[in-house]
Design a protein around this ligand. Structure first.
Ligand code: SAH
Ligand code: MG
Length: 216
């Protein structure tokens, strides 16, 4: 049976601003909990206000590992002022740009999970370029352009340890279903086509793959 989060963790997740539906969150939690058994860190690309981070953090705490989450906190293209997914509350009035770091920190504090997460504030490819530790779990939920989603895959998928899991959000095989483009779907196809990953779970737009070989 899939591992489920405790009610207080689920409540903190549901209370947080963000873009992760509950059913997909539960699938993400189960995958992160399973991957935690490898004893390696769990990493997310795309923190936003910490909604999915709460789940990774609690799975990490249960497994005795650390969760890492990467974001420049300036928002994706579709979250900028004037775009469909913009939230005016995320704008820092002093600099006039989005800054989701304060909301993220409040989310983690309220969930009591600050001690289990390292926030990496920066551009995903730049963080990946200095990264060297094998990861038990990589969750790609960052930018939705081909440039960003492709760089997330290239930067982070090679760090997934043998037996570890790669989760990808917003995978929409049907063009009619997508809402911010099909770049995550193309990344998912690349992962399957590499021969290094095998699909283990599908839930809504969430795909979970296991690293079963070399080749990336
Ligand atoms: N996981 C979140 C949603 C993430 S939204 C949730 O559960 O709600 C996508 C996030 O990716 C945004 O916060 C944006 O700032 C970040 N992002 C987009 N491109 C990025 C890049 N190249 N490097 C770092 N962060 C990026
Ligand atoms: Mg997403």
């Amino acid at each position: 049976m899939a591992t489920v989060p405790k009610p207080e963790i689920l409540a903190a997740f549901e209370a947080a601003k963000g873009f992760m539906p509950v059913d997909e969150g539960l699938a993400l939690y189960a995958a992160a909990a399973e991957a935690g058994a490898l004893g390696l860190p769990l990493l997310e690309v795309g923190t936003y206000c910490g909604r999915s981070t709460v789940l990774l953090a609690d799975a990490a705490r249960s497994a005795g590992v650390t969760a890492l989450t990467v974001d420049h906190h300036r928002g994706s293209e579709e979250q900028q002022p004037g775009w469909e997914y913009h939230d005016p509350e995320t704008v820092d009035p002093e600099v006039g740009l989005m800054d989701t770091l304060p909301a993220f920190r409040r989310t983690l504090f309220r969930a009591g999970l600050e001690d289990h997460v390292i926030a990496l504030v920066g551009r995903s490819p730049q963080v990946a370029s200095v990264w060297g530790t094998p990861l038990g779990f990589v969750f790609i939920d960052g930018g939705h352009t081909d440039e960003h989603a492709g760089a997330d895959y290239e930067g982070w998928a090679p760090h997934v340890a043998e037996g570890g899991l790669l989760a990808i959000h917003d995978v929409f095989p049907e063009p009619a279903d997508e809402f911010t483009g099909q770049a995550p779907y193309r990344v998912y196809l690349r992962a399957l086509g590499s021969g290094a990953f095998t699909e283990v779970a599908v839930n809504g737009s969430l795909r979970v793959l296991r690293r079963t070989g070399a080749g990336i």
